[in-house]
Design a protein around this ligand. Structure first.
Ligand SMILES: [Zn+2]
Length: 428
């Protein structure tokens, strides 16, 4: 398919000057040309009107639990451990593959409508998540979340995780990538970490986990191991594979050095951290220390929604407060965290994350004509500090439109909403 996006402003790379008006040609799965000033002629299968819009590299939601849309609004205003132990884990025992499939589609619809083109997910019934991703058309790094509180659970849990990686890696025309996900240092003993790391190395898969989300968790790991969490993982050799570490709210200086030294990605999830009162991640210190920081929503059960536009703005303003410095996390850096750094976490840093000829055609087109975006002094600043997820007009992944004129192209939203409302009743 050959697509022309006619006339949008374009941010090719966050650090570049915004092209005020351009024609963007997509041929097959890749960008073919970005012509400043526009005026391109030729034959196209589809012409997308980009007048008054801003085209940016697609947003990457680098940490979520997609099907937890089921638990949106079910339990809140509780601390993390009580929220998990009293509300979420009991509800998850009732979960079926069918629930996960439909609530994954719901999460995908929500993410597409707010401009997300790729995401990193850890949960259960992952083959159902993968099926939903196949249908929706997004790109994803998926993994089965391993929680092994007792020794006899370790073998079966790792087997499930391995089977998922072996079955689904490279599926959906190469849009599905797979990882291993020991849930967190406090839910998985050393044996899990050692065995999973060996498997990840063998199968060339990254590890996606939660790290240093709460003070209590860090204290627990320090009491048990005399190490900070990242130090403990390093001791076990976990960083011999690429690591995506969600949260990193309570990382020590040493942890930051370790994450940077191994090229790990820290995924900042500001809404979830704030809502559970976990703290504010030291984003500025991590970036200054050389850690790649991406952005995530976490699951909708804890965060409320899956809107990366909102996370980007929150990340930018929180970093300033945390650092006591309004120069911290400037708009271009926030956009990089929301796009290129997430793409790199997926292992696709050379394929995605910028809008350039030859790169994969993943992109988000934002309608900049709303009153909250007027006047257009600085499209980048407007995008980070004023735009809403609902301003997203079009989304393209691998050269395929998933959203046009605000309408989903691959999913039937009414059907998804109907099924989800029905399935949700059992959990009330
Ligand atoms: Zn999480």
């Amino acid at each position: 398919m050959r697509i022309l996006i006619r006339g949008p402003a374009v941010i090719q790379r966050p650090e570049d000057k915004v092209l005020p008006q351009a024609d963007v040609v997509i041929e097959g799965r890749r960008y073919e040309a970005i012509v400043s000033g526009g005026g391109i002629e030729g034959e196209f299968d589809r012409i997308v009107d980009g007048e008054g819009c801003l085209l940016v590299p697609g947003f990457v939601n680098a940490h979520t639990h997609l099907a937890m849309t089921l638990f949106r609004g079910l339990a809140q205003d509780l601390p993390l451990m009580r929220w998990l132990e009293e509300k979420i884990w009991p509800a998850e025992r009732k979960l079926t593959g069918k629930d996960v499939y439909w609530f994954s589609l719901l999460g995908l619809a929500e993410m597409i409508r707010s401009g997300t083109t790729a995401f990193v997910d850890m949960y259960f019934f992952m083959e159902e998540v993968a099926r939903a991703v196949e249908e929706a058309g997004l790109r994803a790094l998926l993994s089965y979340g391993i929680i092994a509180p007792t020794r006899n659970r370790i073998g079966p849990e790792i087997k499930k995780a391995e089977a998922f990686v072996r079955t689904w890696s490279g599926k959906a025309d190469g849009r599905i990538h797979t990882a291993f996900s020991p849930h967190a240092p406090y839910t998985c003993p050393p044996e899990v970490w050692r065995r999973v790391t060996a498997l990840a190395r063998e199968l060339k898969a990254p590890i996606h986990t939660h790290l240093a989300e709460t003070v209590e968790e860090v204290e627990r790991i320090r009491t048990e191991t005399e190490r900070f969490p990242a130090e403990w993982l390093e001791d076990m050799g976990v960083f011999s594979v690429p690591v995506i570490a969600a949260h990193c709210v309570h990382v020590s200086e040493k942890d930051i050095e370790i994450l940077a030294a191994h090229g790990a990605t820290a995924v900042h999830c500001p809404t979830s951290n704030l809502k559970l009162a976990c703290g504010i991640a030291p984003v500025q210190e991590m970036l200054a220390g050389g850690v790649a920081v991406a952005l995530g929503t976490d699951g909708a059960g804890s965060a409320g929604d899956l809107n990366l536009v909102e996370e980007m703005r929150l990340a930018a303003v929180l970093a300033k407060q945390k650092a006591g410095n309004p120069e911290a996390l400037p708009a271009a850096e926030a956009l990089r965290c929301a796009t290129a750094r997430g793409a790199a976490a997926l292992g696709l840093g050379r394929e995605l994350g910028t809008i350039e000829p030859g790169r994969r055609a993943d992109g988000t087109l934002i309608n900049m004509k709303g009153p909250h975006l007027c006047p257009g002094h600085n499209p980048l600043a407007n995008l980070v500090y004023a735009a809403q997820g609902s301003d997203v007009a079009a989304v393209v992944v691998d050269g395929r439109p998933l959203l046009l004129g605000g309408e989903l192209q691959t999913l039937d939203l009414d059907e998804i909403l109907g099924r989800c409302r029905e399935l949700a009743r059992r959990f009330r």
